[in-house]
Design a protein around this ligand. Structure first.
Ligand code: NAD
Length: 357
């Protein structure tokens, strides 16, 4: 094995992982010096947020249950008003990437300390990345202020994650690992995490499809999501993430589903230019052709495999291809607008990538 030069930057976050760990939320908030935490959630997870507020007791400043996908600035402003009224001096976000995004947007404006309790596999809790939407435009920044100080992974909270979102959100996580493996700024530690993360998530899917409450499967999936989120935090993402960003923003496609559909196609496209990364993805999946295997895994787990099935119009392929090449960014394989158009046409129709049917 040839190890080249690399830079490794450790993260100052504290991560608590296990089953029943939510019970430690009060101690973890106190450890950060938080005296009154505003608990954040989406409207769908408000009950869970109320339960967390009850656990915090006197250290709760109440619940704001209005988090929304893509962190709209007007929602953040509404939450900021509640922060001011309630005198909250920290936040506890309970939910997926949308809720975590709201906590980060508040931290960007206030530098309040954050505890995040993730309930999907999106991985936002590990990163300094924040995407905010205003006037229909999503702007993504990286800022150290938005990095949550403490993350509590409680496997029990993921038992209720619907199986559809379980698989698509898991693909969102696997996508971080695949792109981390061929990133220019990767390093051997993150590559270990990426490979192990893919192995843990892909191995959990069949068990969770059989029984969504399989506690060991849930534990493996959440462990994999943490590893993949760490890879996302530490490396520069490429074509897959840029394409999903364009598709989500232009056609308002659902985040996790878009990742699940696009990943096999970008993997197939990049494979010839990233043989070492592909060998590791293949090893994690136990296959020779990772692109086809990812497609088969999505299909067998009941995830969507075609952009047309998640709301993208066929007429949008040209526009998306144009947007995807508008700003230059690193990808292991250079591409033209026609390459992207072909890739998107395959993803739109749901064709299986790879050599054999
Ligand atoms: P989400 O947070 O939008 O959740 C989807 C739905 O599932 C919501 O209604 C939510 O309440 C519900 N839900 C979540 N967990 C549940 C559970 N355990 N049981 C029952 N219902 C549950 O979905 P997501 O895919 O986690 O997040 C997507 C958002 O996160 C996007 O806006 C994306 O851009 C962002 N994101 C950001 C980063 C980053 O680093 N900044 C990384 C990944 C994703």
């Amino acid at each position: 094995m040839a190890i080249g030069g690399f830079v490794y930057q450790g993260s100052p976050q504290r991560v608590v992982f296990g089953s029943g760990t939510l019970r430690q939320v009060g101690d973890e908030a106190a450890r950060l010096g938080i005296k009154r935490a505003l608990v954040l959630s989406t409207p769908e997870q408000r009950d869970q947020a109320e339960a967390v507020a009850a656990l915090l007791g006197a250290a709760s400043a109440g619940v704001f249950g209005g988090a929304k996908m893509h962190t709209p600035v007007d929602v953040t402003e509404a939450a900021m008003a509640v922060i001011r009224q309630s005198g909250a001096d920290g936040t506890v976000a309970v939910g997926g990437g949308s809720t975590t995004g709201l906590g980060k947007a508040i931290a960007l404006r206030t530098d309040l300390k954050q505890v995040v309790v993730p309930t999907t596999y999106a991985g936002s809790e590990m990163t300094t990345i924040l995407g905010e939407t205003a006037g229909g435009q999503k702007k993504t920044i990286r800022d150290q202020r938005v990095l949550p100080e403490t993350v509590i992974y409680d496997v029990d909270l993921t038992l209720t994650l619907p199986i559809g979102l379980t698989v698509t959100s898991g693909f969102n996580a696997i996508a971080h690992a695949v792109e981390g493996l061929y990133a220019r700024d990767g390093n051997p530690v993150l590559s270990l995490m990426a490979e192990e993360g893919i192995r843990a998530l892909a191995g959990a899917f069949p068990r969770l499809v059989q029984n969504p409450e399989d506690a060991d499967g849930r534990g493996d999936a959440l462990y994999g999501a943490w590893l993949c989120g760490t890879v996302l935090a530490g490396t520069e993402m490429a074509l897959h993430h840029k394409l999903c960003h364009v598709l989500g923003g232009t056609f308002d496609l659902p985040h996790a589903e878009t990742h699940a559909v696009v990943l096999p196609h970008v993997t197939a496209f990049n494979a010839p230019a990233a043989p070492t990364a592909m060998a590791r993805v293949g090893r994690a999946l136990g296959v020779a052709d990772p692109a086809a295997a990812l497609y088969d895994l999505a299909k067998s787990a009941g995830a969507p495999v075609a952009l047309r099935d998640i709301g993208m119009p066929e007429s949008g392929i040209d526009r998306a291809a144009e947007l995807a090449v508008a700003n230059p960014y690193f990808n292991p394989r250079p591409f033209t607008r026609d390459d992207i158009r072909g890739l998107l046409a395959d993803a739109w129709a749901g064709r299986r990538p790879g050599k054999s049917e």
